[in-house]
Design a protein around this ligand. Structure first.
Ligand SMILES: [Zn+2]
Ligand SMILES: [Zn+2]
Length: 364
């Protein structure tokens, strides 16, 4: 297709879609309809001329006015005579006159030609009618066939549309089914997901519960431990308190003992300080006790047990050799008493005694 519109009149190339020619100014639609109309008129004129020429072949002159009439017409279109009657009358007039034999022959020839042309034209017309009838039949046939074809096409189209509709319906059903399946799948997936989430939540809840229990257990243990420690502490404090009490009691007892000892000592001291009537009375309180005595070597004080004090002697017992020594009371040189004890001996034989008796080893 040309991208320009060529003018049918002047041949100018106009832009695509133009309605009028830029060069000669014609409107294309009007111009083409005018051209078609002229063409149609020309064709009709040619047809009419052809028909006239055809008809001219079958025209015969009127025997009276010489007007040319179609051979099939019964009377003259101009003077109105009826041809069959006219021929009859003329024939009758000429028949009995021998001088007019040529005229008669000519008339008969004309009549003959007229009849022949008429027959020929009738035949032609009949043929034409038959042809037209045939054409009409064929036209109707074509029409019928066209209608049948259209009907077949219509049916085919309907069938096609029906099939397409069926196909569409099937497709729609398939899509519906697919959609249904998809929805079902989604629903199942959703359910599965929710199920899993619920399980997860339950699991978390269990874990949380377990942790809570663990925490409670831990707190309980912690509390128990605290209580245990507190109890232990209280116990220790009680023990401490008791120990302290015991210590205090002990101290008190000690003090009491000390006080008692002190009282005893004071009493002893009083006794010591009190003048005794005899040496016997001085020694008597020490009977059964260990005392210091220079019993074998005059300068060495050793441990002995005072066994008895009699009117004129005393007896001591030396544990080392199981010997009992007795001395006359008049041999006693001194008796030393000290409630805090008397310490004798060097660093080697150190000893402490509540009383030390020194005796003379010379015989008097
Ligand atoms: Zn033009
Ligand atoms: Zn005539």
């Amino acid at each position: 297709m040309a991208s320009s519109h060529e003018c049918p009149k002047c041949g100018h190339a106009n832009p695509e879609g133009a309605r009028d020619c830029e060069n000669c100014g014609i409107t294309f639609d009007i111009y083409s309809s005018e051209v078609e109309k002229a063409q149609r008129e020309k064709e009709e004129a040619e047809k009419a001329a052809a028909k006239a020429a055809e008809e001219a072949k079958y025209q015969v002159p009127c025997p009276k006015c010489q007007h040319m009439n179609l051979a099939v017409t019964d009377d003259c279109l101009k003077c109105g005579i009826v041809f069959s009657k006219s021929y009859e009358i003329a024939e009758a007039e000429l028949k009995d006159d021998p001088e007019k034999a040529d005229e008669l022959a000519e008339l008969l020839a004309q009549k003959q030609r007229h009849e022949e042309l008429k027959a020929e034209l009738l035949k032609k017309q009949a043929e034409e009618a038959a042809r037209k009838e045939q054409e009409e039949k064929e036209r109707l046939d074509r029409l019928r066939k066209e209608r049948e074809r259209q009907e077949a096409l219509r049916k085919e189209q309907e069938e096609k549309e029906r099939l397409e509709a069926e196909k569409r319906e099937a497709e729609r059903k398939r899509q519906e089914e697919e959609e249904r399946k998809r929805q079902e799948k989604l629903r199942r997936e959703q359910e599965e997901k929710e199920h899993q989430e619920a399980e997860k939540r339950a699991e978390e809840e269990r874990k949380r519960q377990a942790e809570l229990e663990k925490e409670q257990e831990r707190l309980k243990k912690e509390q128990e431990e605290k209580e245990r420690i507190a109890a232990q502490k209280a116990l220790e404090e009680e023990k401490k308190r008791q120990a302290e009490q015991e210590r205090l009691d002990k101290e008190k007892r000690k003090q009491e003992e000390k006080d008692q000892e002190e009282a005893l000592r004071l009493e002893k001291l009083n006794n010591l300080l009190k003048p005794k009537a005899t040496i016997k009375k001085l020694l008597k309180p020490y009977i059964g006790e260990t005392v210091g005595m220079n019993y074998d070597v005059p300068t060495v004080i050793k441990t002995v047990k005072l066994l008895s004090v009699n009117d004129d002697y005393l007896s001591v017992h030396v544990e080392d050799d199981e010997t009992v020594f007795s001395y006359p009371l008049r041999n006693i040189l001194s008796v030393a008493e000290n409630i805090d004890g008397i310490t004798t001996g060097g660093a080697k034989n150190k000893a402490t005694f509540s009383m030390v008796i020194k005796v003379s080893h010379r015989m008097v």
